[in-house]
Design a protein around this ligand. Structure first.
Ligand SMILES: [Fe+2]
Length: 192
């Protein structure tokens, strides 16, 4: 079950902020679930070709690879937000959100997939955010600081409304994306 594997991943990455996010997500038996209609986007099969995992992330990556065809993949952006390359080469599916599959309104848990070398340009949002790199690696830039590289098993933290961007390495990247104190909203695109 992806929800429990995600909680386990947050425990296993051995990071204080990840532990804090873990504690904001209830145990599975305290939550309800619904079946979401599967929806596949063309890039979804790239989960089978992702970059290196870490010991803390390999279980959830295997589960994503086994279940990707039954997930409700989505592309929340429009083609002209960040361009067609971004639009066609990024995708997400929810694990816990207001509409399921685990029903939860005080936070968001989803999986993000980026194709190789794709940049997710500057944006911001009001919920606080945690990324756990599950497979592959990214260049990450936040708050106009110097870009740094993050690998599978590593954590990226964004305080509310901090501007951030990432660029995928040369293999597809899987990221566990968490928001707390807010369910899904469209991020604000920034040019900063
Ligand atoms: Fe974000």
């Amino acid at each position: 079950m992806l929800y429990e594997l995600a909680l386990g991943t947050l425990e296993n990455v051995d990071n204080k902020i990840a532990s804090s996010f873990r504690n904001d997500f209830p145990e599975l038996n305290q939550l309800s679930a619904v079946d979401l209609k599967p929806s596949i986007l063309p890039i979804a099969a790239s989960v089978l070709k992702v970059g290196n995992t870490a010991p803390s992330t390999i279980s959830i990556v295997h589960e994503i690879q086994e279940t990707y065809q039954s997930q409700q993949w989505r592309q929340p952006y429009q083609a002209d937000d960040f361009g067609l390359d971004f639009f066609n080469n990024t995708a997400w599916f929810p694990i816990a959100d207001v509409e399921g599959p685990i029903l939860f309104s005080k936070g968001l848990m989803e999986i993000m997939l980026l194709e190789p070398n794709i940049t997710y340009p500057n944006h911001k949002h009001s919920p606080e955010e945690l990324y756990v790199i599950l497979a592959g690696n990214v260049w990450w830039q936040s708050d106009n600081q110097k870009a740094c590289r993050k690998f599978a098993g590593e954590v990226i933290h964004h305080l509310p409304n901090v501007i951030h961007s990432i660029k995928a390495g040369n293999k597809p990247v899987l990221i566990l994306n968490l928001w707390r104190r807010g369910s899904f909203e469209m991020p604000v695109i920034t040019n900063a």
